[in-house]
Design a protein around this ligand. Structure first.
Ligand code: UGA
Ligand code: MN
Length: 335
């Protein structure tokens, strides 16, 4: 279709002068206005195409895409409206039923609320979802998927260390393999502390990125060791024969990179969850690992641990009948 003012503007009546009154000079004025408008629109289109090409060539903003969002009316023109989309972040958070659960999810959720284009995959170690958790997530208002993935019974029974959050994280990976095509995944335990700038940094990685995590072991921090801009080792109070002695909060992975490794997953091996998962992403050379948080000179994530609280005692329903305590009691997370 030929691009003209009348077929863009819709009415075909021009802009008031030079249409249908038989005046030759006004007619030609109308025609030249149409011509200029056509040139203007064509130039704008060319600029938009060139702009998209330009940003697609930029190394940093390369994964940002310009996407059409809606049709809108500007003056008498119907225009396509565009937006620049940041690559999506998929935050996989294992959680489980305990007195601190609502508080932990609330704190983490409001941190994530500061982050654009993010999907929070909250996965509970349980057989069925808990309406109280769904209610908490609704109230926070971060886009989320709430799923369950129980720890296999044989690990639950053991007296030894349990592989905490592993079935949850593997469920998250399965979700990404089914639903995600681009962006970055990050395992964010519900009890840690996160500076939101780490999310903007991890958003643009190509393969795997790492950075320091505070409050880990006797060293007070777990971090890649960087010398002359290169990853030369790992600093952590417990190495334990691991190839990647890093904390769960200290790395992120590109979704495309994950999907190129269909077998990558987390092992049910207490203490070796991070190492096993990162090893399963092979081939991955240390030189390919991107170093965030000012080349690992800054601490933006912390392995905080919350004091365990005893389950709340039962409410005396006779004594407190028809009081607010009947409402509050329903909000307490009991085992
Ligand atoms: C540390 C690491 O940070 C974890 O990533 C790792 O899974 C864990 O050690 C381990 O090696 O077992 P830590 O603070 O000791 O974590 O463990 P938690 O915070 O209690 O649990 C890690 C995540 O799993 C949390 O998001 C928690 O909500 C979840 N979890 C914990 C479960 O889903 N089920 C459980 O029974 C316990
Ligand atoms: Mn923890």
């Amino acid at each position: 279709m030929k691009l003209t003012y009348s077929n863009l503007g819709g009415s075909g009546n021009g802009i008031g002068i030079g249409n249908g009154n038989g005046n030759g000079s006004k007619m030609s004025l109308g025609k030249s206005i149409k011509m200029y408008l056509t040139i203007f629109i064509a130039t704008t289109c060319i600029y938009m195409v060139l702009y998209q090409y330009h940003i697609s060539q930029e190394p940093f903003a390369g994964s940002e895409v310009v996407k059409p969002v809606a049709w809108g009316v500007v003056g008498r023109f119907v225009c396509q409206q565009w937006t620049i989309c940041k690559p999506p972040l998929y935050i996989i958070t294992p959680t489980y039923r305990r007195p601190e659960q609502t508080a932990e999810l609330t704190r983490l959720g409001y941190t994530l609320k500061h982050v654009a284009n993010l999907l929070w995959l909250v996965i509970e170690d349980a057989n069925k979802t808990n309406p109280l958790v769904a209610h908490t997530l609704d109230r926070i208002g971060v886009p989320y998927e709430y799923m369950v993935a129980p720890m296999p019974e044989k690990y639950k029974q053991t007296k030894r260390a349990k592989p905490r959050g592993v079935s949850n994280r593997n469920r998250g990976l399965q979700y990404l393999r089914q639903h995600a095509t681009e962006g970055v995944l990050y395992f964010a335990d519900d009890d840690n502390t996160y500076d939101i700038s780490i999310f903007e940094q991890m958003r643009y990685i190509n393969k795997v990125a790492m950075w320091p995590v505070g409050l880990v072991t006797k060293t007070g921090v777990s971090s890649p060791i960087i010398q002359n801009g290169k990853l030369v080792g790992f600093y952590d109070g417990w190495i334990g024969g691991r190839k990647y002695p890093v904390d769960m909060a200290g790395f992120a992975v590109s979704v495309k990179f994950l999907k190129e490794r269909p077998k990558a997953e987390m092992p049910f091996k207490p203490g070796y969850e991070e190492d096993g998962f990162l090893r399963s992403l092979a081939p991955l050379d240390n030189s390919e690992i991107e170093l965030l948080a000012d080349e690992c000179r800054d601490v933006l994530t912390w392995h905080t641990q919350t004091k365990k609280n005893a389950p709340a005692q039962a409410l005396n329903r006779t004594r407190y009948r028809d009081t607010n305590l009947e409402f509050i009691d329903k909000l307490l997370v009991r085992p």
